[in-house]
Design a protein around this ligand. Structure first.
Ligand SMILES: Cc1ncc(COP(=O)(O)O)c(C=O)c1O
Length: 442
């Protein structure tokens, strides 16, 4: 077994100094096999990283999707280093702002005008502000995860936080003004009657629908078109949050793939391959009123984010990323399906090629948290950092896939032993991993 004692020791120190241990909840140790999975990294290149204890891993998490070309990509990093030598942030505006805006307008179907931010949640907050300012209405109907800001987290007041319903058990809405309760209302993905009745209940008050157009599966035929038509019928804007769906499926986002163009789009994460950057893009009609709104921040137009985004988007196009992600995803799916079959367990790899997910049939659903934790634990022991689902970069190789499939077979054999003996507990050397938050999208 790999020694992760330095990770464990650092995490303990973090607990003393950093409330919540980490800056991103998905990086908490309890999201993986706590005590076996690595928690702190010291180097990363391509599809691999080295943890603080000097163990090497194949990375299928890739900074929750933010790394798309591969860690420390030579082309993007060279562009950034070159820019650093000429100034990372000017007193004046940078012409790169216009260059990237033009590239985004050429690339994303909904983009005519562009604003920048540094992160995804922040860009969602800007989109919410613009939608409210443009329509003069307050309510936002949403589906999916849209970050940590008040406009969205106020929805936590609508459910009992202890129920674990939405979005995290054990995280409370404290700190978010109660006065915002009811200004952002969730709807279930695929449920058009629910959306229709929300519009009727709040007639004339809905500024926008904000939603992840898809996550792991394609939308039902006609669904996104119907959502768009419903929004427009009620005078509301349609905003796609493509922070996670953007770039891998198509460089123009899921909207380019499915052929539905929203009024506004939020992008971030993978657009800059590991350098902070986000953007809100949209139609002239939706975005132009933003010039009269207070939306302003010092680092939003820093040269590093701009240059990293320009290089990343050009490289995605130059490296034929859409076809490559299809090839890598399908090769991984085939290899994982073979491993599942060989293990003798019943299951298959489900989901889009951008997010193949190991889905096992279990005799009893209550076993799932243990099975998932055991899978992550056994994969970590074998040098694979992953959830049940896998997110590739363009740097992942056939050898990475072969090693991952081999580790998957061995891990599934451990799970099979546990299921057959009825004693999963003796195989688990860690607490059951905390479930990720619910996003209200498949
Ligand atoms: C769809 C979606 N929106 C917004 C965010 C928030 O982005 P960030 O973590 O950069 O603030 C995320 C992050 O996971 C996301 O997946």
């Amino acid at each position: 077994m790999r020694d992760v004692s330095q990770s464990v020791a650092l995490y303990e120190r973090a607990g003393d100094l950093i409330p919540g241990w980490t800056q991103l909840i998905s990086r908490r140790a309890d999201q993986f096999a706590n005590g076996v999975s690595p928690v702190y990294a010291q180097r990363a290149k391509g599809s691999h990283f080295i943890d603080i204890d000097e163990n090497e891993y194949i990375d299928w998490v890739n900074a929750v999707g933010a790394i798309i070309l591969g860690h420390a990509d030579d082309v993007v990093d060279a562009a950034v280093v070159d820019q650093i030598s000429r100034g990372s942030l000017y007193t004046l505006n940078s012409p790169l702002e216009i260059e990237l805006a033009e590239l985004l307008a050429d690339t994303i179907p909904s983009a005519e005008m562009v604003r920048y931010t540094k992160g995804g949640g922040e860009a969602c907050a800007v989109a919410a502000r613009i939608a409210r300012g443009t329509t003069g209405r307050d309510i936002i109907l949403f589906c999916g995860y849209h970050g940590w800001h008040d406009w969205y987290q106020a929805a936590n007041y609508l459910v009992d936080p202890e129920s674990g319903e939405f979005p995290f058990a054990g995280i409370e809405p404290i700190g978010v003004p109660r006065a915002l309760a009811g200004t952002a209302l969730p709807f279930s993905y695929g449920n058009l009657p629910m959306l229709e009745s929300l519009f009727e209940e709040h007639a004339g008050q809905v500024a926008a629908i904000m939603m992840e157009p898809l996550r792991t599966e394609l939308p039902p035929p006609g669904y996104l078109e119907a959502v768009r038509d419903l929004a427009h019928k009620h005078g509301a804007l349609l905003i796609f949050d493509e922070v996670s769906s953007g770039w891998r499926l198509s460089v123009g986002g899921a909207q380019a793939y499915v052929g539905v163009t929203p009024d506004m789009t939020v992008v971030a994460k993978a657009m800059s391959n590991g350098y902070p950057m986000g953007a809100v893009v949209g139609s002239r009609a939706a975005m132009e009123p933003a010039k009269r709104m207070f939306i302003s921040s010092s680092y939003w137009s820093d040269n590093i984010g701009l240059v990293a985004s320009l290089a990343t988007i050009h490289e995605l196009k130059r490296r034929d990323s859409e076809r490559r992600f299809q090839e890598i995803g399908e090769a991984l799916r085939t290899a994982l399906n073979n491993a599942i079959d060989e293990s003798g367990l019943t299951g298959k790899c489900v989901g889009l090629h951008t997010n193949p997910t190991v889905s096992l049939q279990l005799p009893d659903e209550t076993l799932r948290p243990k099975v998932n934790t055991l899978f992550i634990q056994e994969m970590a022991k074998r040098g694979i950092h992953t959830y049940m689902s896998f997110k590739a970069t363009l740097a992942h190789t056939e050898e990475d896939i072969r090693l991952t499939a081999q580790a998957t077979l061995e891990s599934l054999m451990v799970i099979r032993n546990g299921l057959e003996s009825g004693d999963m507990d003796s195989l688990l050397s860690v607490d059951i991993k905390k479930e990720p938050f619910r996003r209200l999208v498949k």
